[in-house]
Design a protein around this ligand. Structure first.
Ligand SMILES: [Ca+2]
Length: 330
């Protein structure tokens, strides 16, 4: 109940606003307690005077329209907080180091990586189209996507999740860097593949030319790597962020490749190529505007890439990483 409302006293039947009511409240009335408005017994001149002063002070701090203070505080001072809610298919990847050739590469910022290659259903839901060659199952990986298509998907996904209040500022869906991809693919292993050294043992883990029947397959049917990522070997190659370039002959932290180039890197082998091409360290590349039916991608979730200029200052671009086969560009 509004403390100023006194039914039957000079027309206080409604409470249009605090100002009008308070003006009438002070007509020779006061309360029994000095600081309690609207109580009318035992009043004195001094009590009345104190009440008038308090009412004026109170009035100065009030809006003219009655409001609900708690609601105002929530909306003005505490806007809805956006909590990070990754897609349910994302796997958290902790920071760490792997050996690229002879040199350590450190990933110092944790991120999430898709458990699966992006499916045709996922791509179509976000982009409204499906460029794939093998279309009969929406759970097959999307392919014939260019690097440009893959980046556009990541941007649209970021926008959708941000609008849905599931993605705070400072996070975005994006392609993994080449280093992030290899770090996650290796999952702590140092073998040629995340399951060992023998390409002849790839069948339980990878769709390659030896077992694919010349087509892609729905994601997640083969065993995952030690960090729970499926199809890092085989099914479709996976676009990475980096321009293709020779590896520096030194250890690096969060590398992102050259600042510019002609080809973008993709990784992991495919249904079209022999298992040996699906090695953790192997690289392939293509112009970013090209799409082909054995190249797709998976998404990462994390902070935006590190400033390229800093990477360039730290890098040397002489020499090629031993042990990595560059297969050329289509
Ligand atoms: Ca793959």
């Amino acid at each position: 109940m509004n403390p100023f409302h006194e039914p039957g006293k000079g027309g206080f039947h409604s409470v249009p606003d605090f100002t009008q009511q308070s003006e009438e409240q002070y007509q020779g009335r006061s309360g029994t307690r000095p600081y309690q408005f609207g109580v009318r017994s035992g009043n004195t001149i001094w009590e009345a005077a104190v009440s008038v002063i308090l009412m004026v002070l109170f009035q100065c701090g009030c809006d003219r329209q009655p409001t609900r203070p708690a609601d105002n505080v929530d909306k003005a001072s505490f806007p809805p907080k956006t909590e990070l809610v990754p897609l349910t298919t994302m796997v958290p990847i902790k920071p760490g180091t792997f050996i690229r050739g002879k040199y350590p590469v450190s990933i110092t910022r944790g991120f999430w990586l898709g458990k699966y290659e992006v499916t045709q259903a996922e791509f179509e839901a976000v982009m409204g189209r499906n460029p794939s060659h093998f279309k009969d199952d929406p759970l097959r990986p999307v392919e014939k996507v260019s690097y440009v298509d893959a980046v556009a998907y990541c941007s649209a996904l970021t926008r959708r999740e941000r609008e849905a209040k599931r993605l705070p500022d400072g996070y975005e869906y994006r392609l993994p860097s080449e280093a992030e991809w290899e770090y996650a693919c290796r999952a702590g292993t140092t073998n040629f593949f995340s399951f060992g050294d023998a390409a002849t043992e790839a069948d339980p883990y990878a769709w390659t030319s030896e077992n694919s029947d010349s087509t892609t397959h729905p994601v997640g049917q083969k065993r995952p790597n030690p960090w729970g990522l499926h199809d890092v070997h085989g099914n479709v190659w996976e676009w990475c962020l980096d321009w293709f370039g020779d590896y520096p002959t030194n250890g690096m932290t969060n590398p992102l490749g050259p600042a510019q180039g002609k080809f973008k890197v993709f990784r992991g082998g495919s249904w079209y190529h022999d298992a040996d091409f699906a090695r953790s360290a192997n690289r392939f590349m293509m112009a970013p505007s090209n799409g082909i039916y054995f190249v797709g991608f998976r998404v990462a979730l994390g902070s935006p890439p590190i400033d390229m200029a800093k990477i360039r200052r730290k890098s040397s671009t002489t020499g090629e990483e031993p042990g990595n086969t560059i297969l050329g560009a289509p």
